[in-house]
Design a protein around this ligand. Structure first.
Ligand SMILES: Cc1cc2nc3c(=O)[nH]c(=O)nc-3n(C[C@H](O)[C@H](O)[C@H](O)COP(=O)(O)OP(=O)(O)OC[C@H]3O[C@@H](n4cnc5c(N)ncnc54)[C@H](O)[C@@H]3O)c2cc1C
Length: 569
């Protein structure tokens, strides 16, 4: 059912079993779980899917080595299990990541760690080799008997400097362990919505629809594209509003103060020497203030981050100049011979971690675990509200599973399927080894006539969904974009028509990595605008205003200043 038809159907028949507010990874995870159990559900997001915190992670799919310091053993164990499951269920987007920790002395950090372990607040300081060894041994242990990734190992100073000649020469040794990274988090989130709709016809996800009010039996939703409102009557509401959870509750006339979010910024750096210095590894290093920072190669550039700063209003979260300076300074400390300047930053992004409200000495000590707080119905409001607080990208499946079990119990229904070995989106049927990959490419080449290198690109971008993309590309004449021959006109049209694109920023920020990779130009934005306009029936004025909207978002939120905006001819 298309968007307008669905909104019309809701106006006539407003009953919804579960209304999920928030299309970040946690809301989308719950939608897929419910769809799998055949429960009718409607998910809405005031913006695009995965445009909040879920678009701003460090892109690590990890157990959270650092959380051991806070004694969050349950979370680390769960995260490692989920990391391993994502490597299997989303092999098209989640890949192993060797991670090296530079270490500057042998024994320091033990006393503060012991005090922290005893529940006494201690800011992190200089973690020595013995402390890192204890942490990594536990990490390997928690990763379980089903060993998907290699165990950690230590390298001497000489070996370390041979592998990474640019590392700060003050190190005494390094440790290398394995975690994973995700290439396209926003796309994996969207695939959960597409999977849910394919599994159960009454599992719907609508972007650009806000919850604006609610009392009695009804909740009022506003279509942000048309401005029209519609009322729905949910049996229960899942508040997966992330950093906006309290404002969603405010709109439901039940003030809460669950969230004490912190903002975090990341930089995308175009610097060949920095990229070469990393090889295929992530550096997981301590900054001068004891905070852990990271950097790793991402799609030909370097991702570096992050910051962790308390913030009240998630709408106000943007990457500030002092955050850029902080991250660049941290790089200078770990790789002093490499000169990275602000001009090398081609893109930045910022998001707010939806953390529980807690008073701690440092933001790093706020728990990264998740829980669900239920607000029961009152005389004023007939439905319960399940609030999804905290959580990592990595643990979305486990969190969604736990919440869904609670919802099923309340609905008097039983679970009939689990998601722990269910492939996501283009992970289903993904060719997992070289032979299978070659076979996949040869077959699709025979079917479509597309060159195998083009098919390989599609496979990397869309996983096994590349088959559907390739069929669409060859169903009518196609040609490469003039301004970016790595994409074709029909590929863009496929994304617009099959992936709920409503604004150009959906396309350049979340369906593709064109902005993130620093590949946008004013002329490319115009070309994309014209293809989108043709697919969605936009007027010239609408196209022009969407180009301007996207240019403003790029400048304000991502530090991408296109020299001028091309006008629709
Ligand atoms: C800087 C940073 C680094 C991180 N790094 C990692 C990492 O490397 N690995 C990892 O596992 N995790 C990481 N995380 C954590 C992870 O990204 C988040 O915990 C997770 O994305 C939270 O998802 P969510 O769905 O709860 O929230 P969000 O993704 O923020 O989704 C909430 C959604 O609710 C919508 N919404 C709000 N109000 C309304 C309304 N009134 N009506 C309709 N919709 C509404 C918003 O538009 C938003 O899309 C990081 C987070 C940040 C910020």
């Amino acid at each position: 059912m298309n968007r307008d038809a669905l909104l019309q159907a809701l106006a006539q028949k407003p009953d919804v079993t579960v209304l999920i507010v928030g299309g970040g990874i946690n809301g989308l995870g719950v939608l897929r779980e419910l769809a799998l159990q055949g429960v009718d559900a409607l998910l809405i997001d005031k913006g695009d899917f995965c445009s909040g915190a879920s678009a701003a992670p460090s892109r690590m799919i990890h157990g959270g080595l650092r959380y051991l310091e806070n004694g969050e053993f349950r979370l680390v164990r769960e995260s490692l299990r989920e990391r391993n499951l994502l490597l299997q269920n989303a092999p098209h987007y989640v890949h192993p990541l060797p991670t090296t920790v530079p270490i500057y002395n042998w024994f320091s950090g033990l006393l503060p760690a012991a005090l922290r372990f005893l529940g006494l607040e201690q800011p992190p300081v200089n973690r020595g080799a013995l402390l890192v060894k204890i942490g990594l041994t536990l990490y390997d242990l928690f990763a379980g008997s089903q060993r998907i990734l290699p165990r950690h190992r230590f390298r001497s100073r000489a070996e370390s400097l041979q592998a990474h000649p640019n590392l700060n020469g003050d190190i005494v040794c390094t440790a290398t362990y394995y975690d994973a990274w995700i290439a396209y988090p926003e796309r994996l989130g969207l695939e959960l919505a597409l999977d849910a709709a394919a599994i159960h016809p009454q599992a719907h996800a609508l972007n650009y629809v806000s919850l604006i009010d609610g009392s009695g039996e009804y909740v009022t939703l506003r279509d942000e594209l048309s401005g029209q409102t519609v009322q729905v009557r949910p049996q229960m509401v899942v508040n997966a509003g992330g950093a906006w959870i309290d404002s969603v509750n405010q709109a439901l006339n039940q003030p809460t103060s669950f969230i004490g979010g912190t903002k975090g910024s990341h930089l995308i750096i175009n610097h060949p020497d920095l990229l070469a210095a990393l090889g295929d590894e992530m550096l997981f290093y301590e900054n001068a203030d004891g905070r852990i920072c990271i950097m790793f190669p991402l799609l030909g550039k370097v991702l570096a981050g992050s910051t962790d700063i308390r913030i009240d209003d998630p709408e106000a979260a943007i990457c500030e100049a002092d955050e850029i300076a902080y991250i660049l300074e941290s790089i200078r400390q770990v790789l002093p011979a490499i000169d990275v300047q602000p001009a090398d930053v081609v893109y930045h992004f910022c998001g707010v971690r939806p953390l529980p409200r807690m008073q701690t000495a440092t933001t790093g000590q706020i728990s990264r675990d998740h829980h669900c707080d239920v607000i029961e119905p009152t005389g004023e409001r007939t439905f319960p509200v399940y609030n999804l607080i905290g959580g990592k990208w990595t643990t979305f499946r486990a969190f969604a599973e736990q919440v869904t079990d609670t919802l099923l119990q309340r609905l008097g229904r039983t679970r009939n399927q689990t998601t722990d070995s269910l492939p996501i989106g283009g992970g289903k049927g993904y060719p997992n080894n070289n032979t299978a990959r070659q076979d996949w490419l040869n077959r699709r080449h025979a079917q479509t006539g597309l060159p195998t290198d083009r098919l390989e690109t599609l496979l990397q971008r869309y996983g096994a969904r590349a088959e559907a993309v390739a069929a669409f590309l060859t169903a009518a004449p196609d040609e490469p974009l003039v301004e970016h021959p790595g994409y074709s006109r029909r590929e863009i049209a496929f994304l617009v028509t099959h992936e709920q694109v409503h604004h150009l920023d959906d396309l350049v920020l979340r369906r593709t990595t064109l902005a993130l990779q620093g590949e946008l130009t004013a002329a490319l934005l115009l070309e994309l605008g014209q293809i989108t306009a043709a697919a969605l029936g936009w007027s010239d004025d609408q196209t022009q205003s969407d180009i301007e909207r996207t240019s403003q978002i790029l400048a304000k939120r991502h530090g991408v200043h296109l020299p001028h905006t091309e006008r629709v001819p």
